[in-house]
Write a protein that binds this ligand. Structure first.
Ligand code: UDP
Length: 235
């Protein structure tokens, strides 16, 4: 089930539904690509047809931004609850651990994916993280060989957006993983190198506000939300 916001698709699955679908896709060897959608990306795609095509090319566009849920509510849509990139990644790790699926972590500064691996192993006993690679390795053959070495079923790509999404569409047919998710700065958060907003802010959907307090120079990102809502409602 998908809903479109200014030409960008968003799917309405929750964490459990999507995790079950992904496990099934692994069994069927059906390559799948997940992208996190927020108002910022949708607005950027308005002036960038290539980006819009890329976002719509993903198999599952998860509603990461609170603004997307708000827009859906205001227009009586189907996308009811947030599915954040990092929480979806955690859910996939959880089911991978219990279903013996192999994981690869690609991206972040040197050492970050390894540190995230250590944390994920603590959180999900039995998880098989069969390889890691930092996001600054430039040798294409090294990247491909390292990823393919232990035939992972799932790869999380943390190169920042939209670099990671372009990387995924350009490589998904030629590397062994079946499930591909672009996860931005998630390895930084999981490894403990970057703090996420306190639960209080997360629960109220106010992570953006917390970020604004911590990094006021990002204010430009925040004025996008009202512009986005106005445009969605005008349509
Ligand atoms: N990064 C990388 N290789 C690069 C550029 C960036 O691995 O050439 C990593 C960077 O270390 C960080 C992530 O990509 O971990 C980008 O995180 P950010 O939160 O900026 O991404 P967003 O979620 O905003 O797209």
């Amino acid at each position: 089930m998908k809903e479109t916001f200014l030409g960008v698709d968003v799917c309405g699955y929750n964490y459990d539904e999507l995790a079950a679908i992904l496990l099934d896709n692994i069994e069927k060897n059906k390559k799948s690509f997940l992208v996190a959608i927020n108002p910022e990306k949708i607005m950027k795609a308005q002036d960038d047809e290539k980006l819009k095509t890329l976002l719509n090319q993903a198999d599952y566009q998860i509603p990461d931004g609170f603004g997307v849920i708000l827009a859906s509510k205001l227009k009586g849509g189907q996308v009811k609850s947030r599915v954040t990139g990092i929480d979806m990644m955690m859910k996939i790790c959880e089911v991978a651990a219990t279903h013996n699926k192999r994981i690869f972590l690609y991206g972040g500064k040197p050492g970050i994916a390894d540190a995230a691996k250590v944390e994920l192993e603590k959180l999900y006993p039995g998880i098989q993280i069969v390889g890691t690679l930092n996001g600054y390795e430039k040798e294409e053959q090294v990247i491909l060989n390292t990823i393919n070495e232990n035939s992972p079923h799932i790869i999380f790509v943390a190169l920042g957006s939209p670099t990671q999404e372009y990387w995924i569409v350009n490589h998904m047919d030629s590397v062994s993983p079946i499930i591909f998710q672009g996860v931005g700065g998630s390895f930084d958060v999981i490894s403990g190198n970057l703090k996420r907003a306190p639960r209080f802010f997360q629960r109220l959907g106010l992570e953006w506000f917390y970020r604004l307090l911590k990094e006021p120079w990002r204010w430009k990102r925040q004025v996008i939300l009202p512009m986005f809502l106005v445009r969605v409602l005008r349509k």
